[in-house]
Design a protein around this ligand. Structure first.
Ligand code: MG
Length: 219
């Protein structure tokens, strides 16, 4: 079990599941050479994959292609099913910036075989989180700058306004199929500019007003 602290509120949440949206930015779907999905692409990561800013990503020995994906992360504050778009924001307790680290070689092989992506997304240290800011501090989660630097070079620089499915639409879609519980996290997809990292690389991700994280890739 991993715990999330919401600073301003002095509240803690136990993370249950991490629901993720794939290919939620048009330019990112294109750079992967994938068709733009007609419906959101959804997968789940386990809470055992979580590390926090300051901790390190361990490069798995079973891969040769570790990619970063910088994403806006939602913390679900109350349990709900079939949540409407109109009420979706009431279910969010906080926001963070996160990295959905991905083993692109294993993922491409899984796609080719029509298999689930599980191993490429669920390995230990594959989910990196900043601190969470209370939801009241963020007026519009669909209009936030999102950036990532690798070794001080800007690699991802976009805005959540370019998401194909908005935060509200994602919550409505996910909760139609399964219950979102207090403490669940939602990764909303990565913008264009994904790429590989090597052992020794230092990553900094930031969504101004929301959060900032720092990590490093080690063996
Ligand atoms: Mg992702």
């Amino acid at each position: 079990m991993r715990k999330i602290k919401l600073q301003e509120k002095n509240r803690e949440y136990y993370v249950c599941k991490i629901a993720c949206v794939g290919k939620n930015y048009l330019e990112h779907a294109k750079e992967l050479g994938d068709a733009v999905p007609e419906k959101p692409v959804i997968f789940i990561k386990p809470s055992s994959s979580i590390i926090f800013s300051g901790e390190k990503i361990i490069y798995p020995e079973f891969s040769n292609s570790l990619h970063y994906e910088t994403e806006l992360v939602l913390l679900i504050g109350k349990t709900g099913k079939k949540i409407s778009k109109q009420s979706a924001l009431n279910y969010i307790a906080g926001y963070a910036v996160g990295l959905d680290m991905t083993l692109r070689d294993l993922q491409s092989e899984a796609k080719r075989l029509g298999h689930p992506w599980t191993i490429s997304k669920c390995f230990d240290t594959s989910t990196v989180l900043s601190e969470f800011v209370s939801a009241e501090k963020i007026d519009n989660p669909n209009s936030l700058e999102i950036k990532l630097w690798v070794n001080n070079q800007l690699k991802q620089d976009d805005n959540t306004s370019n998401m194909i499915y908005s935060v509200e639409e994602i919550i409505e879609y996910l909760s139609f199929y399964f219950t979102l519980e207090e403490g669940d996290l939602v990764f909303t997809g990565t913008p264009k500019g994904v790429g590989e990292v090597k052992v020794g690389d230092k990553l900094v991700a930031e969504i101004p007003k929301v959060g900032r994280l720092e990590t490093e890739v080690i063996k």
